[in-house]
Design a protein around this ligand. Structure first.
Ligand SMILES: [Zn+2]
Length: 450
């Protein structure tokens, strides 16, 4: 039997597979760093969105109450730049891309029960947090800017496995004259540009990027959470800096389990805006079904790099079509017998969930779904089988699809439509091909999928 208390997670904080113990029994608190809203979502950004939605669905399915939050970074130099180049306000840019982001999430099957705080709505709390760090000696004012003093945190480097004195300078750390130490990072910066700014004890300006998530987590969850997620590119410096700020004031690592998904490369190359090889999710889901894209993400273990290829997408489109075809045919078969009620869940669900519980192995879980589908494909063609068997298979299939976030849209038939389909089946059985063709045409005209 599957045991919902036996879950293992690879924790980036310890670099180990660990037994998962939630802070509160049967409850999960999760936070995933969200987008900076100045452009559309590219397929690499979509990976954590889809993966962590699947993690959430898994926990919900096995009976946990999940609280999931993900922020919008709606203050950023890139937003200001986009606003300037279009001659519009920053709000026009952020409103547009928040909507585009939410539409894309919904399109790829993400549940929308997510708490989504914005930076612009949390400035007083962010300032209060920065002031505390200054008072505590963990941050300092230099000119009109405020920096976090990395050397004040002896644990700095705990997440990215780096020693303080080995931190590589310059490459990913911005070297700035106002800093006492190049490793220090900006908490608040004075701005005189036309971008949004707020008055503060440190002068008029806006916050740096690394504080918002800490403040939002504390505000939403009250402190330490179970799972903090994001792409592996956020591990350093963003997540390291989140931990440092939080540890200095609250003596914990912000989350008990830090979970990072690997990159998505494009045809063997790192995808980046500077290389100009970015593929937008909105374009891909016009070319392929959104569920095919979702399957492509989940067919790989989250800690493995995905090498996005057109071949892979064509294959996933094929897999999706098989899922849809089978779903529709079983649904109709049960519907025509007025037997759409759920059967008992089959044992293969335990195998599926056991894979999910072992560090969210969606790739292996999907192979269990495919073996169930193989059996269903054979069973749906048989007429000597008790309806309860198909009902159980269908219920199990639906549960798996729920966890994976694959939705199949199908409209139930009206009574007239049912009669039409049954008449067509009888005509075929009786080899009355002329009548069968005529009824089949009607079925097609009505757009009924069988
Ligand atoms: Zn963050």
């Amino acid at each position: 039997m599957f045991d919902s208390k036996n879950i293992k997670i690879y924790n980036s904080l310890t670099n180990q597979l660990e037994q998962f113990v939630p802070l509160k029994e049967n409850e999960i608190s999760m936070y995933v760093c969200g987008p900076t809203v100045y452009n559309h979502m590219h397929i690499g950004n979509a990976r954590p969105v889809i993966f962590f939605d699947t993690v959430k669905r898994f926990f919900k399915h096995i009976g946990y109450k999940v609280t999931y939050a993900s922020n919008f970074t709606d203050i950023d130099d890139k937003i200001i730049k986009a606003a300037l180049s279009e001659g519009v306000s920053e709000d026009v840019i952020t409103t547009r891309y928040i909507k585009a982001f939410l539409d894309a999430c919904e399109a790829v099957g993400c549940e929308m029960d997510v708490i989504r705080p914005k930076v612009t709505e949390n400035i007083p709390a962010i300032l209060e947090f920065i002031e505390k760090l200054v008072d505590n000696g963990n941050a300092y004012v230099s000119g009109d800017d405020v920096y976090f003093k990395v050397s004040s945190d002896p644990k700095y480097g705990v997440l990215s496995n780096q020693k303080l004195d080995e931190l590589e300078l310059g490459a990913r750390i911005d070297v700035n004259e106002g800093k006492l130490d190049p490793r220090d990072f900006t908490l608040w910066k004075k701005t005189s540009d036309i971008g949004k700014k707020w008055d503060s004890a440190f002068g008029s300006g806006r916050p740096g990027w690394h504080t918002e998530c800490v403040v939002m987590i504390r505000k939403i969850f009250g402190g330490l959470i179970d799972i903090h997620g994001g792409g592996t590119d956020l591990r350093f410096p963003h997540h390291e800096n989140e931990i440092a700020q939080n540890y200095c004031l609250h003596n914990d690592y912000l989350a008990n389990y830090w979970v990072h998904n690997a990159r998505l490369d494009l045809r063997g190359e790192k995808m980046s805006k500077s290389l100009g090889n970015v593929v937008w999710l909105k374009d891909i889901i016009k070319e392929y079904h959104p569920n095919a894209f979702r399957l492509a993400i989940l067919a790989n273990h989250y800690r493995q790099v995905i090498n996005y290829q057109d071949d892979m997408m064509r294959q996933m489109q094929g897999e999706w079509e098989k899922i849809e075809k089978l779903y529709v045919s079983v649904f109709r078969k049960l519907e025509l017998q007025d037997a759409l009620n759920d059967g008992d869940v089959l044992d293969v669900m335990n195998e599926f969930l056991t894979e999910m519980a072992y560090d969210f192995n969606t790739a292996n879980a999907i192979t269990h779904m495919y073996s169930l589908m193989k059996k269903m494909n054979a069973d749906v063609r048989r007429n000597d089988l008790g309806v309860d068997i198909l009902q159980s298979e269908f219920k199990t299939f639906k549960d798996m699809l729920y966890v994976l976030g694959i939705n199949v849209d199908i409209n139930p038939l009206s009574n007239e439509e049912k009669t039409l389909v049954i008449d067509w089946q009888n005509a075929r059985k009786n080899k009355d091909f002329e009548k069968a063709d005529e009824l089949r045409n009607k079925i097609n005209e009505l757009g009924i999928r069988l």
